[in-house]
Write a protein that binds this ligand. Structure first.
Ligand SMILES: C[S@@+](CC[C@H](N)C(=O)[O-])C[C@H]1O[C@@H](n2cnc3c(N)ncnc32)[C@H](O)[C@@H]1O
Length: 260
């Protein structure tokens, strides 16, 4: 799979970040082992609310954007869907391809920036799924979701499950909450990260993050003519990897829309 040159400087840096990080990300998922069972136990991958919205996808065409660990991809494949897995990182896709072979799953893997899905035709999917920390890497949320909806057929489902934006604004490694960024500051927030994506220490890998507000998420969906069918904020537990004590803040932002 060849890398596309047609990406902006932020996405090129983030692609390199994930290419460097793929090995550690894969090792973490090997330790957890969820990828081995995702195709048999979709309830370990999706929230009950998502399972309800997804319904019966047997034989349906599903596209997962920013597929990363590919747990959602494997779960959809196990539910009988014909799945396309899109990610900007060839290394992330290589791990997923290897795992799909091991699991005996047939999946189409596509290397692409989610802001330019030119390789995928209009109205070709019944369901487009994205989230779990993808929008944070994307410099233009509207273009990303416009593309997602372009490839969705009429009445198709657009399903987003993102890390809640209220969790992104705090200083890390503090015992009490201290604001690091205004909630309204989209960024780019530039970091020098370690090659190992799990290592929080500063390193030499440049990455750019983007913070979107709840209303920006909603507008980016509704402005494309999608009918909002569900909008929910879910969970309030601390997640193990977070530096700041975020218990009590909403964890996930679930948005579902039907293409008109
Ligand atoms: C934290 S993962 C999120 C996906 C999944 N939930 C996971 O935990 O692995 C972020 C993924 O988004 C991908 N990504 C980042 N920017 C992207 C872009 N502009 N287009 C497509 N994929 C992108 C990265 O390569 C990475 O695999």
């Amino acid at each position: 799979m060849a890398e596309s040159d047609n990406v902006n400087e932020y996405h090129a840096a983030n692609r390199a970040r994930w290419n460097h990080g793929a090995e550690a990300w894969a090792a973490m998922h090997d330790r957890r082992g969820t990828w081995r069972v995702a195709h048999r136990r979709p309830e370990q991958v999706f929230l009950p609310q998502e399972i309800e919205l997804i319904g019966d996808v047997e034989g349906r065409r599903v596209c997962v954007l920013g597929s990363g660990d590919n747990l959602a991809v494997f779960a959809f494949a196990g539910m009988g869907a014909r799945v396309t897995s899109v990610d900007i990182s060839v290394e992330q896709l290589a791990v997923a391809q290897r795992r799909a072979r091991e699991l005996g799953l047939t999946i189409e893997f596509v290397e692409s920036d989610v802001s330019d899905l030119g390789c995928l035709p209009d109205a070709s999917f019944d369901l487009v799924y994205t989230g779990g920390h993808v929008a944070v890497w994307v410099s233009d949320l509207r273009t990303y979701y416009r593309e997602a909806i372009r490839i969705l057929r009429r009445k198709g489902l657009f399903l987003i499950n993102e890390y809640h934006p209220f969790r992104r604004i705090w200083k890390g490694e503090e015992s009490t909450l201290a604001v690091a960024y205004s909630y309204f500051d989209n960024g780019p927030h530039e970091y020098l990260a370690s090659r190992d994506v799990l290592d929080k220490a500063q390193g030499e890998i440049k990455q750019f993050e983007f913070h979107w507000t709840v209303s920006e998420y909603l507008r980016a969906v509704i402005e494309q003519g999608v009918d909002l069918i569900r909008f929910e904020e879910i969970g309030d537990e601390a997640e193990g990897w977070e530096g700041a004590p975020l218990q009590g803040l909403p964890q996930k932002l679930l948005i579902a829309g039907r293409n008109s």
